[in-house]
Design a protein. Structure first.
Lengths: 301, 279
């Protein structure tokens, strides 16, 4: 088995519910990611996706289990794990430069102001915001704000980037452009990314692996879908790829029907430690002995 | 059309002012009953009795008085006859001293309350009891302990400015958006740096609102406090002119108090705008 860069090991999250009981968001959740991998998590609202992300970020603590990043169990938030928030979470009293520089100065506390600005500028340029350095968040469009969020996250060279539905508040055109940018940047830098999304097409375009989560409470990871599309894919013609609809239909089928009935369907046969990995569109592997028998049958004629 | 709206509003304001002045003038013009009296006796009586003049000064008398004060704001003819400018300077100095002391105490304690749920609960009963006390109720205690009327009035200003700032700071600090705090957490920002770079700017508009409420209350209270302690200040001036039965000066002082209060409020409003950023 390849090296696990990030390993979520049996985490659970429970909240005290009214009347002295507890609500279990999820229980015994296992998932690992490799370095440089782009993982998307998909599931309905309330399945605990954001909780998983917050635990990875260290903003929330699991009720049980641990998360190991680069051989170290995480304890609270860290500069190694940058978060891109759904609501961009820019500081409105700081300019674009100020917001990015704040992150840079937090990572390298002894750097001179000039050096901090230089690095911040590099990432502002990277996300295509050159010229808007002096603007405050209120003067930016939604897409530009999220670009600042991306620049802020990338500027601190995180080991992993955690994105919580980063494009859900954007219009379709802006979303498309930003997806391209994120994909380009992640491929160039070999960034490890964990992203939560509702958008199936976004997941297929961006992710190497798509984690399907069942409905909460008591959500589980049902399957991990390996993206069969080639690494070199473009948003403009991705839908023409012969395997595109196989993946898409598989995920949509899951979201529409199976995510609800998964527990019933499995009836306790689901092993959270070894979640099935599927590769839609690939030829179903047929057990070897049937083939042999079939061959033998042919030979017998 | 905002310009036309403000123009029309200004016209209405002027019309209302003119109407008020006319009514005031008509009401104080005089023409009351004049008694026939011995000329020797008439010399001892005021114009009210001899010419039927109203005891209330009219707008012309008052504007004349204001003009007089504006020309000579800083004269000093001894303890009971100082220019209105000097009296105002005393009051403003007291208000600013007490107010700034309150800022220095309220903002750090407000931060503490806002950041620590424990301290918030622990201090809450004290604040709830102390807050509704009329600031002037502290005056005897202040006079007894401090033994100085000037310092006692500063103390009264301090105590009345404290609460709005304290409560607003605590509220502003406690309600900083979760996501901004999360940004600081993921960037591993330390407590002190977080307080200054995230919480302070995020809570600044709320804190400034508290400061604006406080300066308004302080300016209300200083007049009453100075009436009590006497000596100097615009509040003392009002009371002294009442004792002199110079209604003219009393009205002038009332107008001046209003204008200064408005200026103080405008300054704080300006500061509030400087620290408020839309999202």
């Amino acid at each position: 088995m390849s090296h696990k860069f990030i390993s979520i090991e049996g985490i659970a999250r429970r909240f005290p519910a009214g009347g002295g009981g507890t609500t279990t968001v999820f229980e015994d959740l296992w998932l690992s990611m490799q370095r440089g991998e782009f993982t998307c998590m998909i599931g309905h609202s309330g399945c605990g996706k954001t909780t998983v992300l917050n635990i990875l970020a260290g903003l929330d603590a699991p009720s049980a289990g641990t998360v190991i990043v680069d051989n170290e169990a995480i304890e609270g938030p860290s500069l190694d794990r940058a978060v891109i928030f759904q609501t961009h979470a820019l500081l409105p009293w700081r300019t674009v430069m100020g917001n990015v520089a704040y992150a840079v100065a937090s990572k390298w506390r002894k750097w001179s102001a000039a050096r901090v600005r230089e690095r911040a500028q590099k990432f502002i340029d990277l996300v295509g915001l050159s010229g808007a350095e002096g603007k405050r968040p209120a003067e930016l469009s939604g897409g530009m704000k999220q670009r600042v969020g991306i620049a802020r996250a990338l500027s601190i060279e995180p080991k992993i980037m955690l994105m919580d539905e980063p494009f859900s508040a954007l219009d379709a055109l802006t979303r498309g452009t930003l997806q391209d940018e994120v994909r380009r940047i992640c491929q160039e830098t070999g960034q490890t990314v964990f992203m939560i999304t509702h958008d199936v097409d976004e997941a297929i375009y961006l992710a190497d692996r798509i984690v399907l989560m069942t409905n909460g409470p008591g959500a589980v990871i049902a399957e991990i879908v390996e993206n069969p599309l080639p690494k070199q894919r473009a948003r403009t013609d991705i839908h023409r790829h012969p395997l595109y609809y196989a993946v898409r239909n598989h995920i949509i089928d899951f979201l529409v029907a199976r995510s609800k009935n998964f527990a019933r369907e499995m009836r306790g046969r689901h092993d959270p430690r070894s979640v099935p990995v599927v590769r839609p569109g690939a030829i179903e592997p047929v057990p070897l002995d049937t083939n042999i028998r079939r061959l033998a049958g042919h030979a017998g004629h | 059309m905002p310009s036309s709206l403000s123009l029309r509003a200004a016209v209405v304001s002027v019309l209302m002012f003119v109407a008020f002045v006319l009514v005031w003038h008509a009401g104080t013009r005089g023409g009351g009953a004049v008694q026939q009296m011995d000329p020797e006796y008439a010399k001892l009586m005021g114009a009210t009795a001899t010419q039927g003049k109203s005891a209330m000064p009219g707008p012309l008398d008052v504007s004349e008085k204001i003009w007089e004060h504006l020309n000579r704001p800083f004269y000093d003819n001894g303890p009971n006859d100082k220019g209105v400018g000097i009296q105002l300077a005393y009051s403003i100095a007291r208000v600013l001293t007490g107010y700034l002391l309150a800022v220095a105490v309220a903002i750090p304690i407000g931060f503490l309350i806002g950041m620590s749920p424990l301290m918030s609960r622990a201090l809450d009963p004290f604040i709830q009891v102390l807050k509704p006390i009329s600031p002037l109720a502290w005056m005897p205690l202040a006079l007894y302990t401090i033994k100085d009327s000037h310092l006692s009035s500063i103390f009264v200003i301090f105590i009345c400015s404290l609460w709005p700032m304290l409560i607003n700071t605590a509220f502003g600090v406690a309600s900083v958006r979760r996501e901004w705090l999360n940004v600081a957490r993921t960037l591993e920002v330390g407590t002190l740096r977080r307080a200054f770079t995230i919480i302070l700017p995020a809570a600044a508009p709320t804190i400034l609102t508290g400061m604006r409420i406080s300066i308004g209350i302080a300016w209300l209270v200083i007049v009453a406090a100075e009436m009590l302690v006497g000596g100097t200040g615009i509040g003392y001036f009002v009371w002294n002119e009442w004792n002199n039965l110079s209604i003219n000066n009393v009205i002038t002082a009332i107008l001046v108090i209003g204008v200064v209060g408005m200026v103080l409020d405008l300054v704080l409003a300006k500061f509030t705008r400087l620290v408020t950023f839309p999202e």
